[in-house]
Ligand binder design. Structure first.
Ligand SMILES: N=CN[C@@H](CCC(=O)O)C(=O)O
Ligand SMILES: [Zn+2]
Length: 407
């Protein structure tokens, strides 16, 4: 042992590791040492530790990895939601309402709101979060959003290309996103995204954004094929994006193109060149009354998928990954294991954080294995199946985030 405090969690009824071998262990134990997992195995063989937690037969999963959210905003869009429930369709234009409220908020207010959303997510089992910018939409406010996000979440994505702000010329705004705005956010972000959709950015404008951001050294993702078939998926594949998100309307060619990106990937060992993860956002699909993303067909075609909450005030005002997992099982026809994998390992894959251990110094998240970050989610239930079997019941019992007990 290393001198750091160790914690033994024993008497785990079901340990769903989501590790490379997809192991699900019964009567298991885990030892946490500092921020890392130092041992897993049968409870009967567990080593001693400084502290002991008796799981009393409960299930333990990796903490949720929420790879798609928009947490830096002020205000809400209740009226727009009510109108949608009364039959109006979603359009990108609502983003402008949130932009107004966000620009009007102080740094302290935006920070407090974002931190509150992170705390809400963690209280439900989320241990690793991404957030996008995208409600600032001018240089100063995008840079401010990126700075606040960098202080609040684990991974930050630049989404200056979320909407052309009112009164701006689309081409001139795209130039700003690709130039001075990109320079201003660059110190705070690792990823860039573009909303490639009717009412947002065209294929040509999206291509310009992706090129500039790639040249600036950012990893890429695309909001695509949310409101209809379009060029988003093909662009994501062409640019080698880490993920394409929403994916509600996919042609056979889109699914084939995504599957092609995973042809060198060995899913049984989690090795080989990473392809483009298809990130499904079921809470958003329900809230916008879009067809659910075809997660089943994507998995069957060999595409790695992620499930994420897409917490934002317009299309998905929830941070509940459990709700997404429940929906994925009940309505998208994923098995419980597949849905939990998409919301843990799949999210980590979309963020390039699924591998890493004691040797390379960057700890993996989204799976439970020795050397990985100790991000654990204990359920008030004996198995992960209860997430779908008992829909709507809050099942989080305990959470460890980087080895620290958070719930
Ligand atoms: N689709 C684009 N962006 C968000 C929604 C933004 C909004 O309407 O405020 C999403 O992921 O659904
Ligand atoms: Zn989004």
């Amino acid at each position: 042992m290393s001198g750091q405090t160790s914690t033994l969690i024993s008497n785990i009824g079901e340990l769903m590791t989501q590790d490379a071998e997809h192991r699900v262990l019964k009567d298991a134990a885990v030892v946490i040492e500092g921020e890392r997992i130092s041992w897993i195995g049968p409870a009967s063989e567990a080593p001693a530790a400084d502290e002991h937690v008796d799981a009393e037969g409960r299930a333990v999963l990796p903490g949720w990895v929420d790879s798609h959210s928009h947490l830096i905003f002020a205000g809400d869009r209740t009226a727009e939601f009510e109108a949608r429930m009364a039959g109006q369709s979603y359009s990108a234009g609502g983003i402008a309402v949130t932009t107004g409220a966000t620009r009007a908020a102080s740094d302290e207010e935006l920070t407090r709101l974002a931190a509150g959303r992170v705390a809400e997510a963690v209280s439900q089992g989320t241990t690793y979060l991404e957030s996008k910018t995208g409600y600032g939409l001018d240089l100063e406010n995008e840079a401010r959003s990126a700075r606040i996000a960098a202080a609040t979440v684990d991974e930050v994505t630049y989404l200056g290309a979320h909407l052309v702000p009112a009164g701006a010329d689309a081409e001139a705004y795209t130039d700003l996103v690709c130039g001075p705005m990109l320079d201003a956010v660059r110190p705070f972000v690792k990823w860039a995204d573009v909303f490639c959709e009717r009412g947002a950015f065209t294929e040509e404008q999206s291509r310009r954004v992706l090129t500039a951001c790639r040249d600036a050294g950012l990893g890429l993702r695309v909001h695509g094929n949310q409101l209809g078939e379009g060029p988003g998926v093909q662009l994501a594949v062409e640019f080698g994006a880490a993920s394409v998100d929403h994916v509600n309307y996919l042609s056979a060619a889109d699914i084939e193109a995504l599957a092609g990106t995973w042809s060198g990937w060995d899913a049984s060992t989690g090795t080989g060149p990473r392809g483009t993860v298809a990130t499904c956002l079921p809470a958003c699909d329900l809230s916008t009354r879009q067809p659910l993303a075809p997660g089943r067909a994507l998995i069957d075609a060999g595409v790695q998928i992620a499930l994420a909450a897409n917490c934002n005030p317009g299309t998905s005002y929830t941070s509940s990954i459990a709700f997404c997992v429940t929906t994925a099982v009940l309505q998208m026809h994923l098995s419980v294991h597949e849905a939990v994998r998409a919301a843990t390992y799949g999210g980590a894959l979309a963020l390039g954080r699924e591998s890493g251990n004691d040797v390379d110094g960057e700890r993996a998240v989204g799976s439970i294995a020795v050397g990985h970050r100790a991000d654990l989610h204990m359920l008030k239930a004996p198995s992960a199946t209860h997430l779908a079997y008992r829909p709507g019941i809050p099942l989080t019992f305990a959470v460890w985030r980087a080895g620290v007990r958070a719930v």
